[in-house]
Write a protein of this length. Structure first.
Length: 187
C-alpha cells in the first residue's frame, strides 16, 4: 500500500523491515506484542512465562542499537530509494523455548515454570531474516548478542519496576481463535 501510494503521488520511499526489535526502553506492559519484554516482566513478577504452541517457533531478534544506523542511512541515502530492506541478525535463529530459557537464566527464575497455551492461529512457524541487502547497502552488522540485549532489558525493567499489563486496546474481533490470554486478560 505504501509503495502504491508513494508511486501514485511521486513521493520517495524506502521500507525498513526490522525483525523483532528488542532492547531497553521498550514498552514492557503491553500484553499483545514484544514477546521478550512480556516474558521478562512476567518472570520478574514471579509469574510463569507463557509460550504459545510448543515453543519451537523460530525467530530473529534485533537489538535496537544495531538497527539505528541503518534507519538513519535509509532516511537520507539517495541510492536506496524504493528499496525494501530487512534489518536484523541472520546468523542464526532462536526458538521461543530458547528465548524463554534465556529469560529464566538471566532473571534467575529457573524455578518459575513455563506455561504452554494453545498455539495462536495462523502463526508463522519460522520467521527468519536475510540482511544481505542491509549489509551491502547500509553496512549493517549484528554487534549485540541476544543474551546481552536481554540483560539490558532486565536491568531496565528492574530499575523502573515491574508493571501490570495494560490492556490498552480493545479486542475488536473475538472468536474461538482469539488467544485465551487476551480474552481473559491472563497477563
Amino acid at each position: 500500500m505504501l509503495r502504491n501510494l508513494c508511486k501514485t503521488h511521486g513521493v520517495e520511499f524506502t521500507i525498513a523491515v526490522p525483525h523483532n526489535i528488542v532492547g531497553p526502553r521498550q514498552k514492557y506492559d503491553d500484553p499483545y506484542r514484544n514477546v521478550a519484554s512480556i516474558m521478562i516482566n512476567r518472570a520478574l513478577q514471579g509469574k510463569p512465562i507463557i509460550v504459545y504452541g510448543d515453543g519451537s517457533q523460530q525467530r530473529c531478534f534485533s537489538y535496537v542499537d544495531d538497527c539505528i544506523s541503518c534507519l538513519k542511512k535509509m532516511a537520507f541515502q539517495d541510492d536506496i530509494v524504493g528499496e525494501v530492506i530487512n534489518i536484523g541478525p541472520d546468523e542464526g535463529s532462536v526458538t521461543i523455548n530458547e528465548l524463554a530459557g534465556l529469560v529464566q537464566f538471566i532473571t534467575d527464575t529457573a524455578d518459575i515454570p513455563i506455561e504452554y497455551m494453545p498455539g495462536r492461529p495462523q502463526e508463522v512457524k519460522v520467521a527468519l531474516c536475510s540482511s544481505n541487502k542491509a549489509r551491502q547497502l547500509l553496512g549493517y552488522e549484528t554487534k549485540t548478542h541476544l543474551s546481552d540485549a536481554l540483560c539490558e532489558m532486565v536491568n531496565y525493567i528492574r530499575a523502573r519496576g515491574v508493571r501490570p499489563f495494560d490492556y490498552h486496546l480493545p479486542l475488536e474481533i473475538v472468536s474461538e481463535k482469539t488467544p485465551r490470554t487476551w480474552k481473559e486478560r491472563l497477563f
